[in-house]
Design a protein around this ligand. Sequence first.
Ligand code: PHE
Length: 380
Amino acid sequence: MNLKKLLFSVVVAASLIVTGCAKKSEADSTVIKIGQFASLTGNIASFGQSSNNGTVMAIEEINAAGGVLGKQIELITEDDRSTAGEPANVVTKLIHRDQVVAVLGQVASSMSLEAAPICQTEGIPMITPASTNPEVTEKGDFIFRICFIDPFQGQVMAKFSKQNLGASKAAILTDVKQDYSVGLSNFFKQTFVELGGEIVAEQSFSSGDKDFKAQLTTIRAAEPDVIFVPAYYNEAALIALQARQLGIEQPLTGGDGWDSPLLFEIAGDAVEGCYFSNHYSQQDQSPAVQEFINKYQEKHDSVPDAMAALGYDSAYVLVDAIKRAGTTDPEALRDAIAATAGFKGVTGTITLDENRNASKPAVVLKIEGGKAVFNTTVEP
Ligand code: PHE
């Protein structure tokens, strides 16, 4: 028994030494490991697949151009299956098992909110390409985002509804399971009321729900001029279909969570004439955007949505910071990311503020002919 224990300790000690060596050689390894977590499967798989496509494309371009600090980048991607609890798991794996120097992800705010405290505690920089809930970057000084935040996005859609659509009464339908949706509803409400508008109905649902008729019936009775639905594409599409079935003709409006080719596929005519805010427009004629769209289309046979563009930009911002830091030492890297200024991305110019957020314009898109058509740009 004692001998067994002794043998066991020897084996453990030996494996610790081996792991120790592996750690040490990591620093001199020929690759730089970057981790990514995304919802590649599950309820919001369209988000994860798009952001991953963009991120992979950027890393391939960077590697083809010689990599960074004389090394190639190895991107290690983990699927969180759109499942609560998984972001914490997979990010822990990326940090401990793979020893990544930084983490890219996620799109959905609730997922980023789960992973951020882990990256913060471990002292590994995390950049979310697309999570807009303000609390994400409040998790600490290792947590960054390259997109705008929801206090701004909510304001944009409230002003647009009031001023451009002439709405004085709004209804709100919130997904209580998503921090994104809860936050955006509140920010919309705040500005809409400040502008003299009235919220005539506030209804809610949970991600994964399929039947919204009860909530929509209440909303119909309140006779709003506009219905704000800060949901993700699956639920937004079903809500639009059921609203039209119930004879609701008012425009629905939403935020970036609507952006997926699946919204148009599922909802069809039901979202015609509706509006949502977003991070970029495919109709932006600037050479950087059009070049990105062409390259992406060659590879994927589809037009990149906002997540693809943000995923792409997030990888470039990180690599730019590694280059400026001249090292992958986590603290130096954190400081270099924080100093990101005037970075020209596909989704606009990225400058990180003292709260590690990017201040960028939003676009409002109108759904016409089954496509999101550029309507207006709103500066911060
Ligand atoms: N902003 C959304 C969130 O924070 C995610 C998202 C970004 C969805 C961009 C679509 C496009 O949850």
